[in-house]
Design a protein around this ligand. Sequence first.
Ligand code: SAM
Length: 321
Amino acid sequence: TDSDTADEAVRATCDDASTCKRFATSKGYWSDPYIQYFVRQTGERKAPEINRGYYARVQGVNHLLDAFLQKTQCDCQVVNLGAGLDTSFWRLKAENTLPKKYFEVDFPMIVARKIHHIKAKSQLSKPLIETHSSDSLLLDGHSLDSDRYCIIGADLRDISSLEEKLRKFQINTELPTLFVSECVLVYMNPEQSYRLVHWAADTFHTAMFINYEQVNMADRFGQIMIENLQRRQCNLAGVDVCQSLDSQKERFLSTGWESVNALDMMTVYSLLPQDDMSRIERLEFLDEKELLQQLLQHYSICWAVKDALSLGDFKFKTITY
Ligand code: SAM
């Protein structure tokens, strides 16, 4: 059916993200020793603008993720929605900053692939087993459950089934919980993404939600981005929410979140630590900055907080590493 084709195209975006991250790490933009086990080939060359964009995306999201772990002293949970082949679990394990439990959700088909890689590669399975106390580990085709890491196959548009699965794997609604969605909500229609962020605010008293996705899509450059994705039959049902930073914030403000911030990625880029920035700007030559600026102005990070435990503000101005 049409909707199967559209879902398949959305699932394919998972490979795009991982392939681009794999390429950027192979160029030295940041280090990710685990991504090679999910994407074997470095793949064809990507433009320097793309690599810098991914650098800003990963640094920006990690900055907020690490700030949350620090403020809660890891006495928290992380739920990565539409995680794809994300490798954060292994980074946090290596840095000794794992939350109480790290959850990931994606379509069952993607989850099955991820679990297959984990089973096949000891570099991936060993850290997971090290954080697990008993001999047995729940592993079936489309879910994995261990003490600290859980991967769930579910459709994020079906909230009741999502909640049922998270509860089955012992999510604790009393613990501070961080939700992360990186290029995911744009593939749902506004009602569906509103329902998801509303459910998160409604179910957890202390929570943060980090959302990275397209913004300012109403202008000419945005239209070209949309056309490119549509050409690949991707259903950008949520693109209406990507009109402006205000519409990004509105999604959270109208669904029970207490405070919301949003920055476009050009701003985030300018706030990243200067020494690392001069390092990555030397990696590949960029003759004109305009395309990079255009690209970065069309992505944003929005983060919302619901704070019964008074964790305080999460700001970008204080970036220090
Ligand atoms: N967050 C990962 C990253 O940034 O590397 C992957 C991003 S990829 C662009 C979008 C991911 O969201 C895909 O893995 C896709 O399968 C997942 N996704 C989109 N809609 C979903 C839905 N309704 N239910 C579950 N997963 C979904």
